[in-house]
Each structure stands twice: as structure tokens, then as C-alpha cells.
Design a protein around this ligand. Structure first.
Ligand SMILES: Cc1cc2nc3c(=O)[nH]c(=O)nc-3n(C[C@H](O)[C@H](O)[C@H](O)COP(=O)(O)OP(=O)(O)OC[C@H]3O[C@@H](n4cnc5c(N)ncnc54)[C@H](O)[C@@H]3O)c2cc1C
Length: 407
């Protein structure tokens, strides 16, 4: 656990002169008087109800993150149901696995948190079921790519229940005993929820800061909100999507880190009146990566449903290749899917599922999306090749080559 903490409050104080007050909650923001009311809280965020103070500010940054979504069904607050969203919640799940010796776990939601928890719990010897309301897991992939992940989960030993949702949790003595879906009852000693997050923006909204897409705080490319002197960054803020050319909400550490850097530079520039250059956050392309067992999974840009919703005319190609030269030991299967706009040939998105070495290839496509490359230009990229790493045409270039003919 200690190794997961990048910087302690002591390091922040000593090395950066930052007064990081942990176990304090900002409960109210008074924009007119430029002050925030902060109150002490206990280890689990419970209000201690004493000694609240008003802190003054010149510049204010909202970095309140996101909150896990809970299904609105009976029994959801029972003991033994965990929404994995903070380090503390991870510690609690692990101590439940260590201390209570659960035998059967049910995971609700087949996104990356659900998948990673399924793998971790199988590794700890639990009998794991996963319930997902969509036809396949990983619905940030197209269903045909998601089905490869669903198969891998089953091979890994997970009991997969697709197109099902919990309608209630059976509770006995305050503890969860089963997940009741619209089709069956799954006995459970431990339940993990992974059905997504929503931006944590109540504090900002109550203060009158405008919200944007999916309730995230509206920001421009400098990370300024529409209120002068007020900024937002990370999971609570929206981002510009470079491919859809619309605001988007992407709750990932990759984005949060870059947001933080840009907002920090701009706040420092503004508060020091140094007249230095403002930093810009150009936007996101929706890149994400995960794994289940030996299967690597990655996506970037738009998936088919998003492209259709935007009304774009598109073509796609899906290819099967190998992660290394076919004859080289350890080569495994890789499936690459690529979308491009008809007419312009502009790359719109890509998805990769495969064995070791597959997923990080998504960064080629992510870079191409940032640069606005066409699929023809991707074919011409001077990508690396040696038999232990790739075939002479990298699978990403093979997929681009297929789609060039169709645009
Ligand atoms: C299990 C898990 C795995 C993940 N894996 C990945 C990954 O592999 N790759 C990736 O890119 N991203 C991953 N993420 C997402 C990543 O962790 C987040 O995108 C990132 O932490 C967001 O940073 P943030 O600073 O915006 O918010 P957070 O890290 O959530 O920080 C927000 C902080 O604000 C505090 N806070 C909220 N309200 C108040 C208030 N009123 N007063 C005072 N403090 C307040 C919260 O307690 C919290 O400490 C993962 C997330 C989870 C839960």
C-alpha cells in the first residue's frame, strides 16, 4: 500500500512547500467572497462536525475526482458490497479477502475495473461470477472485439452472465448473501461494483460553477471554468475530444495527470503575474488499455456506435495477425480493428485485442489520431521490425492498409 502513494503530505510539505491537509473536506465554496469552508473528517470520510474553518483563496482549483456509480436497487448498502474507487476501498476489499475467507465473489460490471478485479479474485482462489448488462464485456470496444474478451474471461474461469443486471441484493443480518439479477440468483460472499463513475461535482455546482458534458465541470483548453479565477482538472472536469470535436468526460489517470500539469502551470502563471506562457491541454482521443489473464486489450478514438451517432461516413477493417514474426517462438494472436472516414481517409479509431505485446501498439494509433493522420499515412510510417517484436508489416499497418482500399 505504501508503494502506491506517490507523495505523502510530509513530502509535499517539505519538498514542495504545499500545505496538504488530509482528513479535511471542503464542504462549501463561497465564490463571491473567495473562500472555502473546510471541516475535519474521520479516516472513512465521516464528518466529525467540529472546527470547520473558512479558507480564503485568490485562485481555486476543483480536483474532486469522480464517484463510483451504485445501482439503484434494494440492498445495495449491505456489508460485503464494495465499489472500488479509492485506495481505502482497495484496502478494505483486500482485508475482506484475507480476513473473511469469502468463497464466492460476484462482480457487477464488465469494464476495466470489473475485469481486473475478476482476475485478482480468481488469483486469490475465489469462485468468480461477473454480471454485465450489455451483450459483451468491455463496452468501450465494439461488440465483436468485446466478445474476444468475454471468451478470455470464460477461459480464465469466470462465470459470465451477459445481458443481465442486478435487480436486488439479498441481505441477511446486514450482510450481502446473493446478487439477484433479472434472470437468476447468484450466491455471493463478496460483491464488487464496477459499473462506472460520475464526476464529483456537487460542491462546484452548488457554488454556481457551470457543468458541461455528463455533469463534468465545464473547462476550456487552459482548464479555466467559466468563472474567473476558478479552475478544474482531472476526473471532475471535461476534456475536448480531438476526434469527435466535442467535449467529453474521460475519467482516467492519464488525462488527470496532464490536466493537473496544465492547470498548475496556468494558476502559477496567473497568481505570480509573471506574464509567462499559458499551457494548453489540446484534448483527448479516448485511449485506454487493460488486460485479463494473458489477453491484452486496448482502444483509442471512436468506436462504431460513436461514429454512427456523429453521422460520419466511415469504413473499417479488422485483421488477424501475430505479435511476433509467425515463426518466432512466443508469437501469439493479435486482432486489430481500424476505422477511417470515407473521403478524407482520416483515422477515426482503433481497437486491439491480443497476446503479449499487443496492447501498447495502440499508442501508434493514438499518436496518429493526435496528428490527424490518414490511414494512408499510417501505412507509410517507419515502424520498427525485428522477428521477436513484429512481422515486417506491423499488425497496425496491416489493418490500416486494408482500410485504405475502402475509403
Ligand atoms: C481501481 C482503479 C484503477 C484504475 N486504473 C487506472 C489505470 O490503469 N489507468 C488510468 O489511466 N486510470 C486508472 N484509474 C483512474 C484514475 O485513478 C483516475 O482517473 C485518477 O485518479 C483521477 O485523478 P483525480 O486527481 O482527478 O481524482 P482522484 O484521484 O479521485 O482524487 C480526488 C481527490 O479529491 C478528494 N475530494 C473529493 N471531494 C473532496 C472535498 N469536498 N474536499 C476535499 N477533498 C475532496 C478525494 O478524496 C480524492 O482524494 C483507475 C481508477 C480506479 C478506481
Amino acid at each position: 500500500v505504501e508503494r502506491l502513494i506517490a507523495r505523502t503530505p510530509e513530502v509535499l510539505r517539505e519538498r514542495y512547500d504545499i500545505d496538504a491537509r488530509v482528513l479535511y473536506e471542503a464542504v462549501e465554496v463561497d465564490l463571491a467572497r473567495q473562500r472555502v469552508r473546510v471541516c475535519p473528517v474521520g479516516e472513512k470520510g465521516d464528518a466529525l462536525g467540529r472546527e470547520c474553518v473558512w479558507e480564503a483563496f485568490d485562485q481555486l482549483l476543483f480536483a474532486t475526482g469522480a464517484l463510483p456509480v451504485y445501482p439503484d436497487v434494494p440492498g445495495v448498502s449491505a456489508r460485503g458490497i464494495y465499489a472500488l474507487s479509492t485506495l481505502q476501498s482497495g484496502i478494505e476489499v483486500r482485508s475482506a479477502v484475507d480476513g473473511e475467507m469469502p468463497r464466492r465473489a460476484v462482480i457487477v460490471g464488465g469494464g476495466y475495473i470489473g475485469l481486473e478485479m475478476a482476475e485478482a479474485l480468481i488469483a486469490r482462489g475465489l469462485d468468480v461470477s461477473l454480471v454485465e448488462k450489455m451483450p459483451q464485456v468491455m463496452n468501450t470496444l465494439d461488440p465483436d472485439m468485446g466478445s474476444l474478451v468475454s471468451s478470455a474471461l470464460r477461459e480464465f474461469g469466470v462465470h459470465l452472465y451477459l445481458e443481465e443486471s442486478p435487480v436486488a441484493f439479498a441481505v441477511d443480518g446486514g450482510r450481502v448473501r446473493a446478487v439477484i439479477t433479472d434472470r437468476r440468483t447468484l450466491p455471493a460472499d463478496l460483491v464488487v461494483l464496477g459499473i462506472g463513475v460520475r464526476p464529483n461535482t456537487a460542491l462546484a455546482a452548488e457554488a454556481g460553477v457551470p457543468l458541461g458534458v455528463r455533469g463534468a465541470i465545464r473547462v476550456d483548453r487552459q482548464l479555466r471554468t467559466p468563472v474567473d479565477g476558478v479552475w478544474a482538472a482531472g476526473d471532475c472536469a471535461e476534456s475536448w475530444h480531438l476526434v469527435s470535436r466535442r467535449p467529453a468526460h474521460v475519467a482516467l489517470g492519464t488525462v488527470a495527470n496532464k490536466h493537473g500539469r496544465v492547470a498548475g502551470i496556468n494558476i502559477a502563471t496567473r497568481s505570480q503575474g509573471s506574464g509567462g506562457e499559458e499551457a494548453l491541454f489540446p484534448g483527448v482521443v479516448g485511449t485506454a488499455i487493460t488486460k485479463v489473464g494473458a489477453l491484452e486489450i486496448a482502444r483509442t478514438g471512436l468506436q462504431e456506435a460513436e461514429i454512427k451517432a456523429l453521422g460520419l461516413d466511415y469504413a473499417s477493417a479488422q485483421i488477424e495477425s501475430r505479435t511476433r514474426a509467425g515463426y518466432y517462438p512466443g508469437a501469439s494472436r493479435i486482432t486489430v480493428k481500424v476505422y477511417a472516414e470515407k473521403g478524407s481517409g482520416r483515422l477515426l479509431g482503433g481497437q486491439i485485442v491480443g497476446g503479449e505485446g499487443a496492447a501498447k501498439r495502440i499508442d501508434v494509433l493514438a499518436t496518429a489520431l493526435h496528428a490527424g493522420l490518414t490511414v494512408g499515412e499510417i501505412v507509410d510510417l517507419d515502424l520498427s521490425y525485428a522477428p521477436p517484436y513484429s512481422s515486417v508489416w506491423d499488425p497496425v499497418a496491416i489493418a490500416a492498409r486494408q482500410v485504405v482500399r475502402l475509403v
